[in-house]
Design a binder for this molecule. Structure first.
Ligand SMILES: *[C@@H]1O[C@H](CO)[C@@H](O)[C@H](O)[C@H]1NC(C)=O
Ligand SMILES: *[C@@H]1O[C@H](CO)[C@@H](O)[C@H](O)[C@H]1NC(C)=O
Length: 273
């Protein structure tokens, strides 16, 4: 699992902080692919971030749940992951997801490993956690992304269904089914009210597709250079950076300025493990 945040932005330079599942492998990746710089992150355990979900709250990277402790919440202050006293309401050791909402003031954390937590959601505002609407379908490894400025999730690793749904102020409602029994993909919102689904797995078959949900329709708009799932993606300055988990590759998908159409040029860099 990889954790990303837009860490340093110097004029046109983009650097992305990557924390792999072992904290001492952390590094800064430059957005143009030219450099990787080791980053020293302090944490209570080298596997502290393994299987945790991550999101920004008030501009600060937070991690939620994970292998070491399914209810922990930790915040990155300078270069140290500090565990907060506030806990998640539910055990979320793997398969859950986190998404910044309300202009980055809060985070929605949903789903998980055990049968009780696979539909549940809670909201963290930087100091407290409150439960909110549970989804209609299970979404373990279904992810969270924004579609039309509302949280959305697609598919489920255990139940292998194709269901997508979105969370409004009154609860979850159905979106069109995805064409595949997809899970372990990455969901990324474009500013243009559409959501991309990248990679993933269908049954036991890793995927390379880049799908777009727009105007209530799923369309495949491109492909990764190789199949991958359980990776991590971030959208910065009209480029999506996709950090593959199995391929060890980082790809940059460039979008046009005005229409956010996927451009043909793609970068592919190797990164170290
Ligand atoms: C997680 O951490 C909390 C607080 O330290 C502790 O009470 C709980 O027992 C831990 N859970 C596990 C599964 O280790
Ligand atoms: C995307 O945004 C551009 C620029 O604002 C606009 O011209 C285009 O129509 C938009 N496309 C959709 C599908 O909203």
């Amino acid at each position: 699992m990889l954790f990303l945040c837009p860490c340093i932005e110097r004029e046109s330079d983009v650097f992305i902080l990557v924390i792999p599942f072992y904290v001492d492998g952390s590094y800064l990746q430059s957005g143009d692919g030219s450099s990787q710089i080791s980053a020293t992150i302090n944490a209570p355990d080298n596997y502290y971030a393994e299987d945790a979900a991550h999101a920004l709250v008030n501009g600060k990277l937070h991690i939620f749940g994970g292998y070491i402790n399914g209810t922990k919440i930790a915040r990155l202050d300078d270069c140290t992951l500090n565990e907060l006293t506030v806990r998640l309401n539910e055990q979320r050791s793997s398969g859950h997801a986190a998404l910044s909402i309300e202009n980055g003031k809060k985070v929605l954390i949903c789903f998980g490993y055990s049968s009780e937590s696979r539909k549940t959601c809670e909201i963290f505002d930087g100091s407290t956690t409150v439960s909110t609407f549970a989804s209609d379908s299970t979404h373990r490894f279904g992810g969270l992304g924004l579609y039309k400025n509302q949280p959305a999730s697609v598919g489920c690793r255990d139940e292998e269904h194709q269901k997508a749904e979105t969370l409004s102020a009154s609860g979850w409602t159905a979106l069109p089914d995805h064409p595949k029994r997809i899970s372990s993909h990455s969901l990324v919102a474009l500013e243009n009210q559409s959501m991309l689904l990248i990679g993933g797995i269908d049954g036991n078959v890793p995927q390379s597709g880049i799908w777009q949900l727009k105007d209530e329709n799923w369309n495949e708009i491109g492909e990764l250079l190789q199949t991958d799932f359980s990776g991590s993606a971030i959208y910065i300055g009209r480029s999506i950076y996709y950090f593959g988990y199995f391929s060890n590759a980082i790809e940059r998908l460039d979008f046009t300025e005005e229409t956010e159409d996927l451009q043909k040029s793609r970068s592919n860099w190797k990164f170290r493990l």
